[in-house]
Design a binder for this molecule. Structure first.
Ligand code: GLC
Length: 579
């Protein structure tokens, strides 16, 4: 990593800014409109008991890192009782903490400590499907045909003379048919049940009143524990087209780029979110709902965040966009435009636990999608990732950070087959199945694996970490002004302090050379922030617009930083304050 001089003389004090503003955020109305939200993947964040698997006491002990980073809120991927067929997205008991992650008391202790540090807690809710070990589903199988519990899922007789063919042609997102045949209590082959994901994840039937009642109760349960909101898993999947009509194709459904289908993005889902919004609004302190809705267009995404529905939805069009100026500008414009009529903030996200980390996506040629198994040009990937993050944090709305991206972590693309756990890896012709690569436990300190992830040097971690991660640990990067961690800390602190940044819809594009994006944001008080991104492979010389605030890479030595011109190197973003 090289020096980016702006951090040495940045005009804000990162530590003081973060602490003040975080305390402020805890009181502020509409806090979610410009929040920076950090995703913790509990399996891989911090392992307090040394069993190789992250846990809630581990997260709790590491909360000061998140406070120092300056984020507003933490979204925790599922930690509920689960057989872990899909890393916790197969929930067996929605009100219990899985013993591998701790206890309910650990969860409430974590919420309390986070609040004391000015951090909000958002938990994951998985309403599209349960685990096949959920009590309802077990009883539905045990009680056989005619059990009222079967009405809570989608059980159907098969087609063909002996019901030997699935009820329709739907394919699972993870590959293979979306139906599994059951065996009746007498041992004979029985009905089939629907699972849009793994067979261990049977889909709920949301037409059934008991399902809706149960989830209202689950929402209240966690709201009563003090959570500040929910990230709603597969929010676009709960309602299926009446009659479960054939798709007419045997292409596996991909989450990303999913067009209109009878299984996803049906208009009926919105009544559910209107109801949930009323529940969220009953509680003090602006509790929020965030939709994981993979819709074909930003306009369809906007339906989930109408004023009486959820607060935010992930912007997957942005996540899927390649590192190309025109494409990015288009997706930024479309995203902002789509949210205007509904008055919701746009969100920006580059990485999460389902896609190859952006440092690796941008290290490879564009067009490979979001599941990549090649490391590519790592140096280039990191350089672009830093530039992309600085761009993201300058955009109007709320931004999501996936654990480890603040360390510049790449995906681990060479995990041996025998350690892989992603269920889609084992099911032919589905989603490509390389999600384990972004789920490797993150490095905190020391020179020996698991690099402070667990308490003991040489101790276990559920996925092996690469040796070079010693240099990427929080400890190794802290205090190094050239590090990615310090870049994130500075950028988030600056974002809090600069009145033009954050939620306001105030972006104005400026003319710029081909391959360069440049925009300004003007605050009500007249302050202006200029962000310029050079996405080309060559340096560009531009008129110096103001006082340099931050840059994702050192500005070229021959570019006088306070002179009339600045040389912005390849794949670099810079922020300037104008007033
Ligand atoms: C969501 C989750 C993903 C999970 C799937 C099924 O897309 O983010 O990890 O596999 O839903 O629950």
């Amino acid at each position: 990593m090289t020096q980016h001089p702006a951090t040495t003389d940045r005009p804000v004090d990162a530590t003081a800014g973060a602490a003040d503003a975080t305390a402020g955020a805890a009181r502020r109305a509409d806090w979610w409109r410009d929040a920076v939200i950090y995703q913790v993947y509990p399996r891989s964040f911090a392992d307090a008991n040394g069993d190789g698997m992250g846990d809630l006491p581990g997260v709790r002990a590491r909360l000061p890192h998140l406070r120092d980073l300056g984020v507003d809120a933490v979204w925790l991927s599922p930690f509920y009782a689960s057989p872990q067929a899909d890393a916790g997205y197969d929930v067996a008991d929605y009100r219990a903490v899985d013993p591998m992650f701790g206890t309910l008391t650990d969860a409430t202790d974590l919420i309390r400590d986070a609040h004391a540090l000015g951090l909000r807690i958002i938990v994951d809710l998985v309403p599209n499907h349960s685990s096949d070990r959920h009590e309802w589903f077990r009883r539905a199988l045990d009680e056989g045909p005619g059990s009222p519990l079967r009405e809570r899922y989608h059980f159907r007789p098969g087609q063909g003379a002996d019901g030997e063919l699935p009820p329709n042609d739907w394919e699972s997102v993870f590959g293979g048919p979306a139906w599994t045949r059951t065996t009746d209590p007498d041992g004979t082959p029985g009905d089939w049940y629907l699972h849009l994901f793994a067979p261990e994840q049977p889909d709920f039937n949301w037409e059934n009143r008991a399902v809706a009642d149960e989830f209202r109760s689950v929402l209240r349960f966690w709201l009563d524990q003090g959570v500040d909101g929910f990230r709603i898993d597969v929010a676009h999947g709960l309602v299926k087209a009446p009659g479960l009509p054939d798709l007419g194709t045997h292409d596996p459904m991909k989450l990303l780029g999913t067009g209109a289908t009878p299984c996803f993005d049906q208009d009926g889902v919105h009544a559910i979110y209107r109801e949930w919004r009323r529940i969220l609004d009953e509680y003090p302190g602006e509790r929020i709902g965030v939709a994981e809705a993979w819709t074909p267009t930003a306009r369809r995404t906007a339906n989930y965040v109408r004023p009486d529905e959820l607060h935010q939805a992930f912007n997957f069009q942005y996540l899927a966009c390649s590192w190309e100026a025109e494409a990015l500008r288009e997706v930024i414009d479309e995203s902002l435009e789509a949210m205007r009529p509904v008055g919701a903030p746009t969100t920006w996200v580059l990485s999460n636990h389902d896609v190859t980390r952006h440092a690796t996506r941008f290290a490879n040629e564009p067009g490979l999608g979001t599941q990549i198994r090649t490391a590519g040009d790592r140096e280039l990937g990191l350089r672009r990732a830093r530039a992309a993050s600085l761009l993201m944090l300058a955009l109007p709305g709320s931004a999501y950070i996936y654990q480890g991206e603040e360390l510049g972590l790449p995906d681990v693309t060479d995990l041996p087959d025998e350690v892989r756990q992603d269920p889609s890896y084992f099911r032919a012709a589905g989603q490509d199945g390389f999600r384990d690569g972004c789920r490797v436990p993150i490095p905190w300190s020391g020179t020996e694996a698991p690099y402070g992830f667990g308490p003991t040097p040489g101790g276990p971690s559920w996925l092996p970490q690469p040796a070079e991660w010693a240099q990427l640990s929080v400890e190794a990067q802290t205090g190094d002004p050239t590090s990615t961690l310090e870049l994130y800390r500075s950028a988030i602190a600056y974002r809090r302090r600069h009145t033009a940044l954050g939620g306001a819809d105030n972006l104005r594009w400026l003319d710029s050379p081909a391959g360069v994006l440049s925009f300004e944001r003007t605050a009500a008080d007249g302050a202006v922030l200029r962000c310029t991104v050079n996405l080309t492979a060559e340096p560009v010389t531009i008129p110096t617009p103001g006082e340099l605030a931050l840059a994702s890479a050192p500005l070229a030595a021959d570019g006088p930083r306070s002179g009339p011109h600045t040389v912005l190197p390849a794949d670099t973003t810079a922020w300037w304050t104008i007033r």
